[in-house]
Design a protein around this ligand. Structure first.
Ligand code: ZN
Length: 158
């Protein structure tokens, strides 16, 4: 973290390498983050920090600087009768344990006896393309530094 962390608000549209849109900030509502807080992926933050208010850029981020490579040890083949429900279809999500921090597992295939669960981040292993525009850059307030996140529009409300 630099000695004078900033809060940066930016608009973005996220595509995969095939040009398919994955996500975008809501119209007129940029996403806000506190510099150095680890709120956004490192490969995007490092570029945003070099930009100025009003700048637009297309940023290519390799998987390793985004959500990391896929980890095949996070894929499990589980008997259907070990799941909390027998009504399972592709795309269903289960939490891997009782805690809020336990990973979310997505059903990626279903047979009569088994279900494949994948705990990788949905964007793991993907190179990403962000079209970004910096809406605002300002010094972080004392409260934001204490809390470790951005407040106000696009940030935390509390
Ligand atoms: Zn706060």
């Amino acid at each position: 973290m630099s000695s004078n962390p900033r809060v940066i608000e930016f608009h973005y549209v996220l595509h995969d390498m095939k040009g398919e849109m994955i996500d975008q900030s809501e119209a007129g509502e940029p996403l806000a983050f506190l510099e150095g807080s680890g709120q956004i992926i490192p490969g995007l933050e490092s570029v945003l920090l070099t930009m100025s208010k009003g700048d637009k850029r297309e940023v290519h981020v390799k998987a390793e600087d985004a959500y990391g490579d896929r980890d095949e040890t996070l894929v499990a083949n589980v008997p259907v009768d070990q799941l909390p429900t027998s009504e399972v279809k592709i795309g269903d999500m289960f939490r891997g344990g009782p805690d809020q921090d336990d990973p979310i597992m997505v059903v990626t295939s279903v047979t009569e006896s088994h279900v494949t669960l994948d705990a990788n981040h949905p964007l793991a292993g993907k190179d990403l393309v962000f079209k970004v525009e910096i809406a605002e850059m300002r010094p972080a307030t004392k409260d934001e530094l204490e809390h470790g996140h951005a407040h106000g529009a696009g940030g935390h409300h509390h």
